[in-house]
Ligand binder design. Sequence first.
Ligand SMILES: Cc1cc2nc3c(=O)[nH]c(=O)nc-3n(C[C@H](O)[C@H](O)[C@H](O)COP(=O)(O)OP(=O)(O)OC[C@H]3O[C@@H](n4cnc5c(N)ncnc54)[C@H](O)[C@@H]3O)c2cc1C
Length: 321
Amino acid sequence: MEGTRLKEIKTDLLIIGAGPAGLGAALYAARSALEFKIVDKLMAGGQIITTEFIENYPGFKDNISGYDLMSTIIEHCKKFNISIEEYMELGAIELLIQYGTGGSGKFVCTGEEVKIISKAIIISTGTSPERLHVEGESEYIGKGISYCATCDGALYWDKEVMVIGGGNTAIQEALFLTKFAKKVYVAHRRSELRAVKILQDRAFDNKKIEFIWDSIVEKFSGSERLEEVTIKNVKSGKKALRKIDGVFEYVGIKPNSAIAAGLADLDTNKFIITDSKMQTRQPGLFAAGDVRNTPLRQVITAVADGAVAATYADKYISDMI
Ligand SMILES: Cc1cc2nc3c(=O)[nH]c(=O)nc-3n(C[C@H](O)[C@H](O)[C@H](O)COP(=O)(O)OP(=O)(O)OC[C@H]3O[C@@H](n4cnc5c(N)ncnc54)[C@H](O)[C@@H]3O)c2cc1C
């Protein structure tokens, strides 16, 4: 903050983001006796904490909610005295001192009240949901348009909702919404789903779900709240106005990679490019989990990335001395 003296914190390793990747990194860093800080702008656990059930994380054969899985991992971290600084959003990372020119600090990263100087950084900031960017969308976010079925699904008891998208998240959340809504339309721009077979089979068997194929949203409209969606069939060009109580968008994700701009290379979709050791172009700057250009974005891969990043951050810091 301008005019305010920021509290200066020095640490060997800074982990930004306490989702599965950040917590995986923290666990490995703690067991290597590394001196480190882990921060999150919201709360520990990451985006999976709002998911009702996870059935693909090994060791939990009877399904576990995202919240329970992450609480278990957080408890595990506490066993190693890891304390997570929550509600601390960090801004762009800057290079403070080139390695070899002396001094212990290398990177500086600034939050609202703090300046953190560290020898290495692991960026595990995940992703945010992509928007459709169509007319009326900004107006009705939070007033009928949502990105989180677990958070908002119960508001649509006995109502009609629409899920936009055809991937795993869209279908998983459409199935979840059938617990509350009397009808769940799934509008998808293609004529087949991208979701895994097991989810597709469940959705096709569910009487409450109706698919609207080859269709894109053109416009959201209503008054105080969302009331209608204009859908266009991409093959016929025909448009239809549909009354709807709520819309859940699952049309993709965008990486929270802006903090690495200028220091790390990004791919065309702005995911951070790393090697197999989670190292970015900039020595000492690592990235782990959904924010990097990984072929699979799941809890299991995020945790594993964190473990690899912490292992090589440790090696990097040891080699500096
Ligand atoms: C609806 C839904 C259902 C899913 N279902 C499954 C499933 O069944 N199984 C599965 O394996 N995966 C599932 N996933 C994917 C899974 O959630 C992600 O792969 C995983 O959470 C990635 O972990 P991460 O640590 O890389 O990122 P995230 O979980 O996104 O965590 C990133 C953290 O960084 C913090 N952060 C961001 N920017 C900053 C900043 N500037 N300063 C400080 N903190 C910051 C955020 O607050 C967040 O806590 C699902 C995802 C969604 C959205």
